[in-house]
Design a protein around this ligand. Structure first.
Ligand SMILES: Cc1cc2nc3c(=O)[nH]c(=O)nc-3n(C[C@H](O)[C@H](O)[C@H](O)COP(=O)(O)OP(=O)(O)OC[C@H]3O[C@@H](n4cnc5c(N)ncnc54)[C@H](O)[C@@H]3O)c2cc1C
Length: 418
């Protein structure tokens, strides 16, 4: 397939325009389902087929969400059902140890790496934040020397209260208690990034969340980058390309890296909080930070990847996407630029339980590929699980694509047996 695409940049952005007209060819065949599902048994595939058929129906997902929340609230023992269904599809286990078989299976069956993602959300106590840090330090210990686990990841709100990030982002004065609270957040960031820096190869990514807390996170991650990315790329920030201002941010951190002679790690994603962002902007009467439509986000994402690829003297890239076209474009660009598929500065990433056809076919072709493997007690990861289910409901065509590949592989296995 040969595609030609005209790319429009935001006004005022001075980026190299030599690739303005992109010629795109499929460099990776994502349709090989034997490779895609090499780590899944037929029973697992049948269960996935059932699950994606369910989440495809928005009304069923909504009903399941409200029923589950109600049953959990009244203490009904619903965990075994959750565990057998959504949890098994989208999570690696309840503990680091339980994730080991998933981690090994991904790596041994397809060369896909794992990023253990402690997926508990919405808790705001100091005990919880300290507990998250301890868990991160344990993952660091586990990952150190394990080639299957090249990265760690955490959500900033796992290390401190949302409100504090918001206040710091708005440059609102903190009261004396809040000053101490912010110091504790800074210390937690520093302890985990410092521990990762002490290892030989591990790297750490900081997830991006809502735009109105991102300035505080950017500043903190830049401090960590300055401190730990001197010898190699240890710390990665996340840049959400559904924000129309983020190409400028990439330019800014490129200059920051260049000026200070440090490496800058960026995880590029489209962004997961679109509805919330738009609602807030409307409610508060400011311009929405989100690109005007999906096409604009797609262009912005691909431009962000291209910009980083053209500045590998500073950047390491982790492209976190389930978008086949974006993954094809990145692999095609590597080929055109003569950059090795397994160049350690470039990674592709997807989430566990989704887009195996992308992850496994990329890894099989020699590209550095990793999957977020979420884990945590079943009851505690429910918000994460429903976000995944809702995402698959809202991205209807992607779910159809998942189902298409699962069905294709089930048929292939059936024919092979006969
Ligand atoms: C490994 C990995 C790590 C991730 N980490 C983060 C993270 O730290 N922070 C975070 O926010 N998200 C994160 N995500 C989620 C990511 O931001 C996307 O929500 C998700 O991957 C879907 O986008 P896509 O590129 O896979 O592909 P697609 O399915 O092609 O794109 C869907 C995305 O396009 C955008 N979009 C859809 N409709 C519109 C519209 N009308 N107007 C404008 N934009 C639109 C939205 O961002 C939507 O999520 C991560 C995803 C992966 C795979």
């Amino acid at each position: 397939m040969l595609l030609f695409m005209n790319v429009t940049l935001p006004a005022g952005l001075d980026l190299p325009r030599n690739n303005f007209k992109l010629a795109m060819q499929n460099t990776v065949n994502f349709e090989n389902t034997q490779i895609a599902f090499s780590s899944k048994s037929t029973t697992q595939l049948k269960k996935a087929e059932w699950l994606f058929s369910v989440v495809k129906k928005a009304w069923l997902t909504n009903l399941a969400k409200s029923t589950t929340n109600f049953l959990l609230r009244i203490g009904f023992p619903i965990e075994p059902i959750l565990k057998y269904t959504v949890f098994e599809q989208f999570c690696g286990g309840e503990t680091i140890t339980q994730c080991e078989s998933t981690v090994n299976s991904l790596f041994q069956n397809g060369g896909v790496h794992s990023i253990l993602d402690y997926s508990i959300e919405g808790k705001e106590t100091e005990n919880f934040f300290d507990g998250t840090l301890e868990t991160m330090l344990k993952i660091c210990e586990y990952g150190d020397g394990s080639p299957e686990v090249p990265f760690l990841v955490f959500k900033p709100t796992g290390m401190g209260r949302f409100k504090i990030y918001e206040k710091v982002s708005n440059q609102t004065d903190l009261n004396p208690d809040e000053v101490l609270e912010w110091k504790r957040i800074q210390n937690r960031f520093d302890r985990i990034c410092g521990a990762v820096a002490q290892t030989k190869f591990l790297k750490i990514m900081v997830d991006a969340e809502e735009s109105w807390i991102q300035d505080a996170i950017d500043t903190l991650v830049e401090e960590m980058t300055m401190k730990y990315n001197t010898e190699r790329t240890v710390v990665f920030n996340t840049v959400q390309m559904y924000r129309w201002d983020r190409l400028f941010y990439l330019q800014k951190i490129y200059s920051f890296g260049k000026k200070n002679a440090i490496r800058v790690g960026v995880k590029l994603v489209r962004g997961a909080y679109m509805e919330k962002e738009r609602e807030r902007a409307l409610e508060k009467g400011y311009t929405s930070p989100i690109c005007e439509d999906k096409r604009a986000t797609d262009i912005n994402f691909d431009e962000g990847v291209r910009y980083c690829l053209e500045h590998l003297d500073v950047f390491d890239i982790f492209a976190g996407s389930h978008n086949e076209m974006s993954c094809q474009k990145l692999s095609q660009s590597l080929k055109e630029e003569g950059i090795s598929k397994n160049d350690g500065r470039i990674w592709f990433g997807q989430l566990y339980g989704m887009s195996d056809h992308i992850s496994f076919n990329l890894a099989n072709n020699g590209y550095n590929t990793a999957k977020y493997v979420p884990f945590g007690p079943v009851k505690e990861v429910v918000p994460y699980l429903f976000r995944r289910a809702e995402e698959n409901t809202s991205v209807g065509s992607q779910t159809s694509r998942e189902l298409f590949f699962i069905k294709k592989e089930l048929l292939r296995r059936k024919n092979e047996k006969n």
